[in-house]
Design a protein around this ligand. Structure first.
Ligand code: KG4
Ligand code: ZN
Length: 354
């Protein structure tokens, strides 16, 4: 039974996990850095230093928790990008050191591939499936054909969905990370129709051709509303704005995903068990999940979302992506580089960033 250790340090989570070939998660340690709260966003240099302070201890703890030694590992998988390069380097140098000293094969994992394949750690989902990847840095629709094989159907033209949540939270003074705060506040809204009427927000690209996203107009619209309110926004208004905002995001994501679903079904007629999979931190949002579930029902296809703890950044997803690669013989040499940018589908046409 093969065992792979995963290391994730590309953003503000220092994480180490160990998974087995038969999908047991022996350890899954995630340390969310609190140091960034005061800044309302992740500060790259602070993140890199915090990773350095914690990574060795987490590696040790993961081994103790699994009852394993370095020699029991069949590979060590590490996020080699995309992400904040200082943090990525901390994880990669740690993995390379372990590999060199203990002679354990290395697997360089794309963070996005970690999100894309997580679902196969907890469920039997055959390739090809349609993936909606919605996180703080990414918003994409992809056909996942296998490890390293992706076809991008759509991406964001400006902000990622998580970024829009985070910026809205910041404008309303709800703190960081914004997604969970906005969702919690939206739940306080007692009259959603009133919220949508009093604080109408746009739904960019809805009804248009293609599967791309855009969220910057939504963010600007929230700012305009907030600017027109007194400095100390009433809690009721904040709840209504969050409710309206969440409705708009869900509507955009649903519309774009529906377009992609139609494309996926026509491009993959041979797939007898088609599935729509959601991944990334924003996938923790209940309203969003519900909308996607309804889409699955409408098109008679399976909708699958990984458990919440595996949706946000973690190392079990990196370990699992490493396992899928290891089983295909896809290991990497000790001198593999790190990638600040690393698209899953390098053939996809680049979008114009505003
Ligand atoms: O995948 P992730 O943990 O990190 C990367 O960006 O790679 O995603 C983090 C993003 C943040 O923008 C956070 O605000 C958002 O996911 N998020 C949510 C929720 N939980 C986390 N957005 C909406 N609703 C949530 N419940
Ligand atoms: Zn992520």
């Amino acid at each position: 039974m093969k065992k792979v250790m995963g290391i994730e340090t590309s953003c503000d989570e220092t994480a180490v996990a160990i998974v087995t070939e038969d999908k047991q998660v022996l350890a899954n340690l995630v340390l969310s850095q609190e140091e960034h709260r005061a800044f309302g966003g992740v500060v790259p240099e602070i993140a890199a230093r915090a990773h350095l302070n914690h990574i060795d201890q987490l590696v040790k703890e993961a081994l103790v928790k699994s009852g394993l030694g370095f020699k029991d590992l069949d590979a060590i998988a590490v996020t080699a990008g995309p992400g904040l390069i200082g943090g990525v380097l901390v994880g990669v140098m740690t993995a390379k050191a372990i590999s060199a000293v203990h002679n354990v094969p290395l697997v360089a994992v794309n963070h996005l591939e970690g999100h894309a394949l997580t679902v196969r750690l907890t469920e039997d989902v055959p390739f090809p499936y349609l993936l909606l990847l919605v996180s703080g840095g990414h918003c994409q629709l992809l056909i996942v054909e296998g490890a390293g094989k992706y076809q991008r159907l759509g991406t964001t033209l400006d902000d990622a969905a998580g970024e829009a949540f985070d910026k809205t939270a910041k404008l309303l003074g709800l703190g960081y990370p914004g997604g969970p705060a906005v969702e919690k506040m939206a739940k306080e809204c007692v009259d959603p129709p009133r919220a949508l009427k009093n604080f109408p927000l746009p739904t960019p690209l809805v009804g248009r051709e293609g599967c791309d996203f855009s969220f910057s107009g939504l963010k600007t619209a929230v700012k305009r509303i907030v600017d027109g309110l007194p400095e100390n926004i009433e809690r009721r208004d904040a709840a209504d704005i969050c409710c309206s905002f969440q409705h708009s995001v869900a509507k955009v994501i649903n519309d774009r995903t529906e377009q992609a679903l139609k494309k996926y079904l026509s491009l993959c007629p041979q797939q007898k068990n088609p599935a729509l999979v959601v991944a990334g931190g924003v996938a923790a949002n209940q309203m969003l999940r519900q909308g996607l579930e309804e889409l699955g029902v409408k098109y008679h296809i399976r909708f699958v979302a990984p458990p919440l703890t595996l949706c946000t950044d973690n190392a079990a997803m990196i370990a699992w992506a490493g396992m899928e690669r290891l089983l295909l013989g896809m290991t990497d040499p000790l001198d593999f580089p790190v990638y600040p940018r690393w698209p899953l589908d390098p053939d996809a046409v680049a979008v114009k960033k505003h």
